[in-house]
Design a protein around this ligand. Sequence first.
Ligand SMILES: Nc1ncnc2c1ncn2[C@@H]1O[C@H](COP(=O)(O)OP(=O)(O)OP(=O)(O)O)[C@@H](O)[C@H]1O
Length: 346
Amino acid sequence: MDLVHCASKVRDFSNNIDLYRQYISLEPEAPYVVEDCRPSPSWPQAGRVEFRDFTLRYRADLPPVLEGINLTINPGEKIGIVGRTGAGKSTLVKSLFRLVHGTTSGTILVDGQDTSAMGVGDLRPRLGIIPQESTMFPGSFKRNLDPLQEHTIEDMWAALIKSGIAPKVSPPRAGTAIAKDEEYRDAEYEETKAEAEWQWARAGWKLRLLMLTLYAKPPKPVIEKNRPRRHGLDRIAQSNSHGFSSGQQQLFSLCRALMRMRRVIVLDEATADVDLETDQHMQQLIRSEFGDRTVLTIAHRLETIMNSDRVIVMDDGRIAEIGSPQELIDAGGHFAGLVKANDFGA
Ligand SMILES: Nc1ncnc2c1ncn2[C@@H]1O[C@H](COP(=O)(O)OP(=O)(O)OP(=O)(O)O)[C@@H](O)[C@H]1O
């Protein structure tokens, strides 16, 4: 039995070494900030997105995944993106965030600024995304909702209630400790620190090894009875956060987007894991809350994008069709076929 146990430990360890090798060989990220090319603090103000003859290959020796993309999206426009698997939909929106490591030519401009010239730290936080797979970080619910600590507790409650995650209850009364921003931030800091210590104390050796590589000095272990009690927003988390379904996580991402309210927002199959009713609720919320924002939606269901101003049909890395849903239906092309197959009464 011990031998089997040892063998499995050795296998785990060698897997970890492989993982470290992979991490070490990763290509470094583009610079976080380029001092000579910093956008103004209010950028982007309008939300115009332009792809100019944009081509992308994941590797120089591979065929292009996006080829000759020319596209201007007007401020406030709602764009639906459809196409079969592998057509390049995700790559198109990831390119906007410079999340793809590859060889590119052409440019992507947001409000006239070349996104490839600025640092990714100036680019990515200024755009919003509701991804298909939302990430829930270890730590408190508040930390998950507002990792950069930019928002008040009231904003969080409002977003949680709008999205339907939180029950329609009154937020904490003004003047209470939890409602005071400063006190909340202090409490949050202490709680997160204690949470990290608590996790360290319970981490298996693999996780500790990883933590050691991430943080030079690990936090000191604490005993469980010292673990702080959760309060405020974390009461919701007690029942939900670590047992969130993927659909709930997508709602959670919507909450984050509602709080940040960026000029340009991307939904990458953001409603793929929710039921039709929740999808409709999310779409209605997006229309009402992001009415004046530029929204690019990669659609899992055609219903999701039937109210878009324009639909882009991607095919083999190119824009095959573009126009309003009705124009595309009337044109009788690929989109019309999809609509017919989905029985939308075309
Ligand atoms: N990291 C990568 N390295 C190499 N090729 C990739 C990589 N990611 C995606 N591709 C390829 O790029 C092409 C476009 O992929 P992409 O994910 O953009 O398509 P998609 O239209 O979003 O597909 P889906 O609907 O399945 O999500 C596919 O042929 C895919 O295999």
